[in-house]
Design a protein around this ligand. Structure first.
Ligand code: BES
Ligand code: ZN
Ligand code: ZN
Length: 503
C-alpha cells in the first residue's frame, strides 16, 4: 500500500489547476521566491500586499492559506515560510512540507501541488531536495487511528505533485521521490509497529510482520523458535523471555542485491522488546506505557530491510531481530541469576530491567557467523541516554573510524543526528561480577557507556557501531513532521547509510 502518491512534472504556479498550491518562501526575499511577478499581477498584487503588511514574512514554520477567488486556476494558495535563506538546511525543507501537508489536511483537501523551491541548501542537489520534500510531506501526514471508532473528519492527504520549471530537472526529482518514498514509508511502518499496543504487537505478531517483509523480492526469512534457541544456547535471550507467556522469536532476514555470493554483508541488529515491564526489577508505573515502543530498534531494522529491497540497493544486507517480552511472571529471571550467553560468556543478572543488552548479546554473537563488513545495532537501551542527550541526538559508540564517519554523515543528511560517546575500557571495571564473567549493570555513573561496553564484549573484531535511541524514539510533543509518541527516528539514518554505501 502506498501512503501517498508523489509525482513531479513541468508546471507553473500561474497555470496549475490545483485545489491547493503550496508556495515556499524565504524571509526577506520579496517576491523572488514567492512565485513570479506575473503570478502576483494575476492576483492583483495580493502577494506583495501580504508581504508588505507583514501578514506573511516567510519566517520558519509560518503558514498562511489564501483564497485566489479564481484569479488563477489554483483555488487556494498555502504559503510556507522557510526562514532566512542563509539558514536553510535540508531539514528546513522537511519541516516546510510537514507544515504544508498539515494545513492541506486541515482544509480537508486530499491532493495538492507544490512549486519546487528555488533555494537549494548549501552542498545539496535536486535529488536531495525532492527526497526531503517527500519525507516531510509523508511523515507530516502521519496519524495512527487504527483503534479509534471515530476516525475524525480529516482524511489522509493522498497525493502530491511537485511542479518544476524545467523538463531537465525531472529525472533527478524522480530519483529523489523514489528515495523519499522508501525512507518515509519505512518510518511509517516503524511508527505503526510501535504504536500498536503490546497486547497486539506480541513477539508472534512481529514474526508475522517479518513474513510480510519477506514477500519483497530478494528477501528470505528464517525464524528460530524457543527450542532452536535452547539448542544453540541463547541463554540470555531465553532468560529475558522466561517471565512471559509469549514465546520469544529470533528473526533473521537476508537480502542479496549483488551478483557476488561472497560479498560480506552489512548486518543490522535491533532490540525488539515488545513490552518492557522491567521484569522482577519492576519499573515504576508512571509512563510505563511508553515501553510498548521498546521494540523500536527491531522495527527499524525490519523496515530498513523492506526499504533496501524496494530500492533494489546493490549490497548484501542481514537484519536480525531478537524478540521477547520482559515480564515478571512466576518463572521470571530474578536478580542474581546467572545466564550463559551464546558466546559462552556468563552474565550475572543483577537487574532484570537491563534486558536489552542481554538479548542483544546473543544477537551480536550470532551476527558473527556472517563475517559482517559492518555491524550496526540499534536499541532503546538506556534511560541514561535520555538524561545525557535529551531529545535531539542519538548516542553513538563504535570501533571503526570510517564506519563512524559514514553513520555520522548519514545521520546528518537524514536529520537524525548522532553524537559519539566514549567506549573506553576503563569503564569495564564497573561491569565486573563476583560470581560470573560480568554483570549486566554498571552501577552509578555512565549508564549509557557501560551498556555499550557490555555489548562490545560480544562483537568480536568486526567494524561495529552501537546506536542508543532511547533519547529519540518517543516524542512528548508534535513537531513539523514528528508526531507525539513513537517517532521512528533512526530508520532514515539506517537507510541513508545503506544508500550512501551502495552509491
Ligand atoms: N528500555 C529501557 C530503556 C529506556 C528508558 C528506553 C527510557 C526508553 C526510555 C531499558 O531496558 C532499561 O530499562 N534500562 C535500564 C537499565 C538499568 C537498570 C541499568 C535503565 O536505563 O534504567
Ligand atoms: Zn529494561
Ligand atoms: Zn528495555
Amino acid at each position: 500500500m502506498t501512503v501517498m502518491q508523489v509525482n513531479a512534472k513541468v508546471g507553473r504556479a500561474e497555470s496549475e489547476p490545483a485545489e491547493i498550491l503550496v508556495l515556499i518562501h524565504c524571509e526577506g526575499d520579496g517576491l523572488t521566491q514567492l512565485g513570479t511577478a506575473s503570478l502576483d499581477k494575476m492576483l492583483g498584487g495580493a502577494l506583495r500586499g501580504l508581504i508588505d503588511s507583514k501578514e506573511f514574512e516567510g519566517k520558519a514554520n509560518e503558514v498562511l492559506l489564501y483564497h485566489t477567488q479564481e484569479k488563477i486556476p489554483a483555488k487556494r494558495l498555502v504559503l510556507i515560510g522557510l526562514g532566512k535563506k542563509k539558514d536553510v538546511t535540508l531539514d528546513s525543507l522537511r519541516q516546510a512540507l510537514g507544515h504544508a501537508v498539515k494545513r492541506v489536511r486541515q482544509a480537508k483537501v486530499e491532493a495538492f501541488a507544490v512549486v519546487l523551491p528555488t533555494v537549494t541548501p548549501k552542498g545539496s542537489n535536486l535529488v536531495e531536495v525532492a527526497q526531503m520534500m517527500v519525507e516531510g510531506a509523508i511523515l507530516g501526514n502521519y496519524q495512527f487511528t487504527t483503534y479509534r471508532s471515530e476516525k475524525g473528519s480529516s482524511k489522509d492527504v493522498s497525493a502530491m505533485i511537485i511542479l518544476a520549471p524545467q523538463k531537465s530537472q525531472l529525472r533527478q526529482l524522480a530519483e529523489g521521490i523514489r528515495r523519499g518514498v522508501a525512507t518515509a514509508e519505512a518510518t511509517v511502518l516503524v511508527r505503526d509497529l510501535c504504536n500498536h499496543p503490546s497486547n497486539v504487537m506480541t513477539p508472534s505478531r512481529i514474526a508475522n510482520e517479518a513474513k510480510a517483509v519477506a514477500k519483497e523480492p530478494g528477501v528470505s526469512l528464517k525464524i528460530l523458535e524457543q527450542k532452536d534457541m535452547e539448542q544453540l544456547g541463547m541463554g540470555a535471550l531465553l532468560g529475558v523471555a522466561r517471565g512471559s507467556h509469549e514465546p520469544p522469536k529470533f528473526i533473521i532476514l537476508e537480502y542479496n542485491g549483488t551478483k557476488k555470493k561472497d560479498e560480506r554483508p552489512v548486518v543490522l541488529v535491533g532490540k525488539t522488546i515488545t513490552f518492557d515491564t522491567g521484569g522482577i526489577s519492576l519499573k515504576p508505573a508512571e509512563n510505563m506505557e511508553h515501553m510498548k515502543a521498546d521494540m523500536t530498534g527491531g522495527a527499524e531494522v525490519l523496515a530498513s530491510m523492506r526499504a533496501t529491497a524496494r530500492l533494489k540497493l546493490p549490497l548484501r544486507l542481514i537484519s536480525i531481530l531478537p524478540v521477547a517480552e520482559n515480564m515478571p511472571g512466576g518463572r521470571a529471571m530474578k536478580p542474581g541469576d546467572i545466564v550463559k550467553t551464546l558466546s559462552g560468556k556468563t552474565v550475572e543478572v543483577q537487574n532484570t530491567d537491563a534486558e536489552g543488552r542481554l538479548i542483544l548479546s546473543d544477537a551480536l554473537a550470532y551476527a558473527q557467523r556472517y563475517k559482517p563488513a559492518a555491524l550496526i545495532d540499534i536499541a532503546t537501551l538506556t534511560g541514561a541516554c535520555v538524561v545525557a542527550l535529551g531529545q535531539f541526538a542519538i548516542g553513538m559508540f563504535g570501533t571503526d573510524g570510517k564506519l563512524k564517519d559514514a553513520v555520522r554523515k548519514a545521520g546528518f543528511r537524514a536529520g537524525e543526528r548522532v553524537w559519539e560517546m566514549p567506549l573506553w575500557d576503563e569503564y569495564f571495571e564497573q561491569l565486573k561480577s563476583d560470581v560470573a564473567d560480568m554483570r549486566n549493570i554498571g552501577g552509578r555513573g555512565g549508564g549509557m557507556i557501560t551498556a555499550a561496553l557490555f555489548l562490545s564484549k560480544f562483537v568480536g573484531d568486526c567494524p561495529w557501531i552501537h546506536l542508543d535511541i532511547a533519547s529519540t524514539d518517543w516524542s512528548e510533543r508534535e513537531r513539523a513532521y514528528i508526531p507525539k509518541g513513537p517517532t521512528g527516528i533512526g530508520t532514515r539514518l539506517l537507510i541513508q547509510y545503506l544508500i550512501d554505501r551502495s552509491l
